[in-house]
Design a binder for this molecule. Structure first.
Ligand code: TRP
Ligand code: SF4
Length: 403
């Protein structure tokens, strides 16, 4: 695979935790739905990652994997546009994780902020395991096995992608320096043809001698256009450009996506562990009841008291779901006590249940025929595996254990 393909490739995963809620939708899924048309997307259910924090409770995991997949499909992820699969069906993730573990200093993992944060937060669980320490490195393997250029994640995952970049850099540094690298790179330059070769060398010099970042980008684009370079030669030339060895595992970038913060029913962040969620496919009656009793501005005790939408979680949902006009109506009505909270919640209930109904309709065929979902995941896993195998073979060869 060339690096231009890598830059158009997206990979992201989600742990199976049961039915997805509106926080997942506005935080992650909505972006995936958009990205599936712009990039070559690999989306997977991270069932091994679920084990790292929950190894004792595995009874529901298969059901959760299934529910997660149905929720994705219901939310508008199209299996013809994106590759959907299950992490544990692609064992190459595990092999790459193992190989990366050989070169990853323990201190890098201990330094990842989520390590100590989660240990403090989830203090009822046993997180003193080897697997939990390795959580972000497994995530690195998930990303690097597809040589993906982009990882759409929220702010809480940025440190994990950062680690991935460091590990990739270290890997390339250690295993990309084959004997005779310079000679091989120079031979590869010649294969580009005179004109492209001259331009490549000029741009390389501009980058290496003057740190010209634009020249680096131009040279990378030039390489990406080359049709007659082998994968190995392309890797050499990408590395040679930056003054290193062969780039076997390209460093991915975070694709920072817009993430609306969705408040839960109690005003805290929406989260299953807080028991304050509205599911993306929840039934209308239950949604209506939840919003009816949802937390509002606590200072607005009586109907005639004016309220403050800025401290009201209901209004935060309006910002996500309602038009500007409805938001203005709610905000002004609240501040002047012209409307009551019941009135205010009305259009929100309508908007949320309308979306849920659409998703429930989309999910019917999958719930009636679970085999359809299993087929999608099996075919997706096979497709992912084909790509993963290519990478792992190159990785083995670079290390020198290809057999
Ligand atoms: N750690 C991610 C989360 O909790 C899930 C995940 C696992 C992931 N592997 C990944 C995300 C690879 C992006 C890429 O949300
Ligand atoms: Fe919240 Fe609306 Fe009630 Fe104001 S009127 S407190 S914004 S629910």
């Amino acid at each position: 695979m060339s690096s231009s393909e890598s830059s158009k490739r997206v990979v992201s995963g989600m742990r199976p935790t049961g039915r997805l809620h509106l926080g997942h939708y506005h935080g992650v899924l909505k972006n995936w739905v958009r990205l599936q048309h712009e990039y070559e997307c690999f989306f997977f259910v991270a069932d091994w990652h679920a084990l790292t924090t929950n190894y004792e409770h595995t009874a529901d995991i298969e059901q959760y994997v299934f529910d997660t997949a149905v929720d994705w499909l219901a939310a508008g992820i199209n299996p013809n546009a994106a590759t959907l699969f299950v992490q544990s069906r692609v064992p190459e993730h595990a092999e790459l994780h193992l190989l990366l573990s050989m070169i990853t200093p323990v201190s890098w993992l201990e330094r990842v902020p989520s390590y100590k944060d989660q240990q403090a937060k989830l203090n009822d669980r046993d997180l003193s395991t080897y697997g939990f320490l390795g959580y972000p490195l497994l995530q690195s393997a998930d990303i690097l096995i597809y040589r993906a250029g982009n990882v759409p994640v929220g702010a809480d995952q940025v440190a994990h992608v950062e680690l991935t970049r460091e590990v990739a850099r270290r890997f390339n540094h250690i295993y990309g320096r084959e004997p005779g690298f310079e000679d091989q790179a120079e031979a590869a330059v010649k294969k580009m043809g005179k004109k492209a070769a001259r331009l490549y060398m000029q741009l390389r010099r501009a980058y290496q001698e003057q740190g010209d970042a634009a020249a680096l980008e131009k040279a990378q684009a030039l390489l990406a256009e080359q049709q007659n370079l082998s994968i190995g030669d392309a890797e050499r030339l990408f590395g040679y450009l930056e003054g290193g060895g062969r780039i076997i595992l390209p460093e991915p970038r975070v694709l920072l996506t817009e993430q609306a913060k969705v408040p839960g029913l109690d005003g805290e962040k929406m989260s299953k562990s807080y028991n304050n969620v509205i599911e993306i496919r929840e039934a209308p009656e239950s949604t209506r009841e939840k919003i009816r009793t949802m937390q509002t501005d606590p200072a607005r005790v009586r109907r005639q008291d004016p309220g403050n939408p800025d401290v009201c979680p209901v209004f935060s949902l309006h910002r996500i779901y309602s038009s500007e006009e409805v938001c203005r109506w709610a905000s002004e009505g609240c501040r002047t006590a012209a409307i009551g909270c019941v009135d205010c919640k009305g259009p929100l209930i309508d908007a949320i249940t309308r979306e849920q109904t659409e998703r429930r309709e989309r999910a019917v065929q999958f719930e009636q025929d679970p085999g359809l979902v299993h087929t999608i995941l099996r075919e997706g896993s096979e497709k992912a595996r084909d790509v993963a195998k290519e990478t792992i073979e190159e990785v083995r060869a670079a290390i020198g254990i290809s057999g």
